[in-house]
Design a protein around this ligand. Structure first.
Ligand code: GTP
Ligand code: MG
Length: 445
C-alpha cells in the first residue's frame, strides 16, 4: 500500500539526509522531485502545486532549529504537510456508535458489498476480543444485479454472529423500510445496508439513494471509492456529496498497484475522512487509516517517527529556554505571557489540566470558576494578539485610546484589557520573586 510514493520519497530524501547545508536550489530540486512523484501518483496538478508551495514557504521562511540538520528540518516539514493533507493528527480509532444504521454507497464494482462484509467482520471480531457479541444485521437493496443479494448473504456467513435479512419487496425504497422495521424489532445494534451501484453516477441512482436516506436517516453514510479509479473518483465523490451527502469514505483496492493519488486528493478536496482502506479480497483485508502513521510510511523512513519526536522535543525546549531566559532577566513581556498562555492551551483546556493536578477535584474549584478562567484565558490570548509588538514589550504605552483600539480588535471591553494588565502585573511580581529565590522546579513545565 502506497509503495509507489514510499519508494519515490525515500529515494528523494536519502540523497539529502546527512547534508550539513541546504541551499535554496537544493530545496527547489527536492521539491521538483516531490512534485514529479506526486503527479506520477495521479494527484491532481493543482493540489501538487499547493502542497509544494506550502512546503517551500514554510522551509524558506522558518528559522531552522540549531539542533536539527537542515535536511531533517525539510523532511519534518514535508511530513507535517503530508499528514495535514491526509487528515491531520491520528485520532481515536474509528468505531461505529451503537445503535446505528450504516448506508453504503458507491459506483458499480467499487467494492461496496465486499467492504460491508469486511466492516461487519472487523466490528464483530473487535467486540469478541473484548468478550462481547455485537448484534449486526446485514441487508441489501441492490436488485439490479441478480446475484447481488446472494453475494451479501454468503459474506454474512463468514461474520460470526451476524444476521442476514432478505426483504420481500424488490422495490429499493420499500425494501429499505422493511429492513429497518426488522432491524428495530430485532433490537439490532448495527445495520449495514448495501445499495446498488451504477457504472456512472446517474439521476435515478441518486434519486433512489435520496429516498432511502430520507426514510432511514442512517447515522453513517459511507462512500466506497475504488483507488484504481484515480482522479475520476474525485468527481464521483463530489456528485454523491451534492446529491445525497456522505460522512466518510472507504478506499478499496489499495493493494492493487494503484498510485494512491486519489487518497490524497479526496481527503484534501472534500475534507471528509477516509476511515477504512481495503487491502485485499479477503474478509479480514481492511485497515483503518491513520494520517500520521501513513505520512511516515509514505516517506518510507524507518526512523521518521523518532526524528519527528526529536524535532518536536527541540521545539518545546527552545520555547522553554526563551521563557527561562526571561525569568532569569527578572522580567516577562506580554509576548512571553502570550507564549505561556499558548503553551497552556497546547496542554488542553483548563478543566482538563485541573483534572491532572493534585487536588484537581478540589471542590473549591467549582466548574463555574474553571469556566470563567477558560473564558479569561481566551480573551487574554485575543487581546495580546491584537497588540502591536511594541505594546507587547512595553505595555505601559497602552493609553486610553490605544486600549480602545485593541479592545475593538480583540472584540473585548477596555475592562478586560485592564484585567489582563493587572494579572500580568501580578505575574511580573511572581517572576521577580522567582529570580530572587531561585526556580521552583517544574513551575513552568
Ligand atoms: N484486491 C482487492 N479487491 C477488492 C477489494 N475490495 C473489493 N474488491 C473486489 O472488487 C470486486 C467488486 O467488489 P464488490 O464488493 O462486489 O463491489 P460492489 O461495489 O458491491 O459492486 P456492485 O454491487 O456490482 O455495484 C470484487 O471482485 C471484490 O473482490 C480490495 O480492497 N482489494
Ligand atoms: Mg455489491
Amino acid at each position: 500500500m502506497f509503495d509507489f510514493l514510499s519508494n519515490k520519497f525515500s529515494s528523494i530524501f536519502s540523497k539529502i539526509t546527512g547534508k550539513g547545508k541546504l541551499t535554496e536550489s537544493d530545496i527547489d530540486q527536492v521539491l521538483d522531485q516531490v512534485k514529479d512523484a506526486l503527479i506520477e501518483a495521479d494527484v491532481p496538478l493543482a493540489l501538487v502545486q499547493t502542497f509544494c508551495d506550502d512546503i517551500k514557504k514554510e522551509v524558506v521562511g522558518q528559522k531552522v532549529l540549531a539542533s536539527l540538520k537542515p535536511s531533517e528540518h525539510l523532511i519534518k516539514v514535508v511530513h507535517d504537510r503530508l499528514k495535514a493533507f491526509l487528515g491531520g493528527q491520528d485520532s481515536v480509532p474509528f468505531t461505529f456508535q451503537l445503535p446505528s444504521i450504516v448506508m453504503v454507497m458507491g459506483l458499480q464494482g467499487s467494492g461496496k458489498t465486499t467492504s460491508i462484509g469486511k466492516m461487519a467482520y472487523l466490528t464483530s471480531s473487535e467486540a469478541k476480543a473484548k468478550g462481547k457479541d455485537r448484534r449486526i444485521l446485514m441487508a441489501s437493496v441492490d436488485f439490479y444485479r441478480p446475484a447481488a443479494v446472494d453475494q451479501l448473504e454468503i459474506l454474512c456467513q463468514q461474520v460470526p454472529g451476524a444476521t442476514f435479512y432478505r426483504a420481500q419487496s424488490t422495490d429499493p425504497v420499500q425494501a429499505a423500510k422493511e429492513i429497518m422495521a426488522f432491524y428495530q424489532k430485532g433490537l439490532f445494534e448495527l445495520l449495514f445496508l448495501d445499495t446498488a451501484g451504477r457504472l456512472h453516477v446517474d439521476e435515478q441512482m441518486l434519486d433512489e439513494l435520496k429516498q432511502i436516506n430520507a426514510a432511514l436517516k442512517p447515522k453513517y453514510k459511507m462512500l466506497v471509492l475504488d483507488a484504481m479509479t484515480g482522479q475520476e473518483s474525485l468527481a464521483v465523490a463530489e456528485q454523491f456529496n451534492k446529491a445525497v451527502g456522505f460522512d466518510m469514505a472507504v478506499l478499496t483496492k489499495m493493494d492493487s498497484n494503484s498510485r494512491a493519488g486519489a487518497a490524497f486528493a479526496f481527503r484534501y478536496a472534500l475534507k471528509k475522512p477516509i476511515v477504512f482502506v481495503g487491502s485485499g479480497e479477503k474478509i479480514a483485508d481492511l485497515e483503518r487509516l491513520y494520517p500520521e502513521r501513513l505520512a511516515g510510511r509514505i516517506l518510507g523512513m524507518g526512523d521518521i517517527t523518532s526524528l519527528i519526536e526529536r524535532a518536536n522535543e527541540k521545539i518545546k525546549q527552545s520555547e522553554q529556554e526563551s521563557l527561562e531566559k526571561a525569568i532569569n532577566k527578572g522580567q516577562l513581556s506580554l509576548q512571553d505571557f502570550a507564549d505561556q498562555l499558548k503553551m497552556m492551551q497546547k496542554l488542553g483546556s483548563l478543566s482538563q489540566i485541573v483534572k491532572y493536578m493534585p487536588g484537581g477535584s478540589n471542590p473549591a474549584l467549582s466548574p463555574e470558576m474553571i469556566q470563567k478562567g477558560e473564558v479569561e484565558l481566551k480573551k487574554f490570548g485575543a487581546i495580546i494578539s491584537s497588540m502591536t509588538h511594541k505594546e507587547r514589550i512595553m505595555p505601559k504605552v497602552l493609553d486610553a485610546s490605544r486600549k480602545k483600539r485593541v479592545a475593538a480588535g480583540a472584540g473585548v471591553t477596555v475592562a478586560d484589557i485592564n484585567l489582563l494588565l493587572e494579572r500580568f502585573e501580578q505575574s511580573q511580581q511572581y517572576v521577580k520573586l522567582l529570580k530572587k529565590f531561585g526556580r521552583f522546579p517544574g513551575v513552568f513545565k
